[in-house]
Design a protein around this ligand. Structure first.
Ligand code: N2P
Length: 363
């Protein structure tokens, strides 16, 4: 999946112009506090969701539509930058987006999100305080946590014999053309920075030069770039080792004991993906209904069952099995978490990171 080279700022500027002046639809019928009306209302309106691929199960969407009578459409993206580029280009009118923390930070700063009425999201109380009131959105005025997670290494131990501890062991000539990585420039650059002992948010020109030296050796070894479903190439044996989202790693561990998950010795980051409502949304009331619905413990559990990320919903966690909670790719230890930073908005350095990765990719 390709992302377009565009700074977050440029995308946001375009977004501010593109979406002006849309009238909201008439307010749809009320739902109960649990997030769904038992009897679907007539003229409940619609909801256009733009979210990461492999993140919200279709069954959850269907249940919401059935309970509320709201007509739901879903489009997917594979990176924050792809989402911003599409929004900025005026492509599509969405009621819900699913940005990561550094993108919420930028969208809030540029005043491009619709404030959330907390009275309509009582299920926010189910979220762990650890994931509320974060620096990127103090008071959760504009976003509610969906899932969190990390990026780590998955090894097919039947195909890779050496002891893999970190990025330096993955990107070795003996693994050439056996590697799948996320197709995400910000991610890839952060791994190179970490390998040099540089924090993930110190993306200065000087540090990008250092990352370039590392990536010039690493990226020619990569066989597949895939942010949507990197597990697939590992499952079908196309590759033997991968740098993937935690939820993808967790699925692989569940599938086959031959897969091993590890947090890279050089470090990784914690991502927090939220639901937010673009200021241009035509159906913000329905968006709030959806937010409250996915924060229900039973619904959030279904999301974890399908896509086992770090669920920030404590009430949903109570419904997960001991095995689910013990999956190391879903739930990093407190000690591991303590070492992880979250990404910050890096402004125009983001497009430089993207140009760097694009120039070194061999596909
Ligand atoms: C889900 C992608 C995880 C999002 N397929 C990482 N921020």
């Amino acid at each position: 999946m390709k992302t377009k080279t565009k700074t977050i700022l440029a995308a946001l500027a375009a977004l501010a112009v593109a979406g002006c002046g849309k009238a909201p639809e008439p307010s749809p019928a009320e739902t109960n506090a649990q997030g769904g009306a038992p009897t679907p209302a007539a003229n409940a309106g619609s909801l256009n969701i733009y979210c990461w691929s492999e993140y919200i199960p279709q069954s959850v969407i269907d249940e919401f539509a059935k309970r509320t009578g709201i007509k739901v459409s879903v489009e997917n993206y594979a990176s924050n930058e792809e989402m911003l580029a599409k929004l900025g280009a005026g492509g599509g009118s969405y009621d819900i987006i699913q940005p990561s923390e550094y993108v919420v930070e930028a969208l809030v700063r540029e005043n491009l999100l619709h404030p959330i009425d907390h009275a309509k999201i009582p299920n926010l109380k189910n979220i762990s305080p650890q994931f509320l009131n974060m620096q990127f959105d103090p008071g959760n005025k504009f976003s509610v946590p969906f899932m969190a997670g990390t990026v780590g290494i998955v090894v097919n131990t039947e195909l890779v014999k050496g002891d893999i501890k970190g990025f330096a062991d993955v990107f070795k000539p003996e693994n050439s053309q056996k590697i799948v990585v996320l197709d995400d420039s910000r991610e890839i650059v952060s791994w190179a920075l970490l390998s040099q002992g540089i924090p993930v948010n110190d993306v200065s020109d000087e540090n990008l030069e250092k990352a370039k030296g590392v990536l010039a050796n690493w990226l020619p070894l990569v066989k597949i770039y895939d942010s949507d479903s990197p597990k697939t190439a590992l499952l079908n044996g196309d590759v033997a080792i991968g740098v993937v989202w935690g939820g993808e790693g967790a699925i692989l561990l569940n599938e086959d004991k031959k897969f091993r998950w590890l947090i890279p010795a050089e470090g990784t980051h914690l991502f927090i993906d939220s639901l937010a409502i673009p200021k241009t949304a035509a159906n913000p009331d329905n968006a709030e209904k959806f937010m409250n619905f996915i924060l229900r413990p039973d619904v959030s559990k279904k999301i974890s069952d399908a896509f086992p990320y770090t669920n920030p919903n404590l009430k949903a966690r109570e419904l997960l099995s001991a095995e689910q909670l013990a999956n190391p790719a879903s739930f990093p230890t407190a000690e591991q978490l303590a070492k992880m930073e979250t990404f910050k908005d890096i402004g125009e350095q983001a497009s430089k990171a993207e140009e760097l990765v694009t120039s070194l990719k061999v596909e």
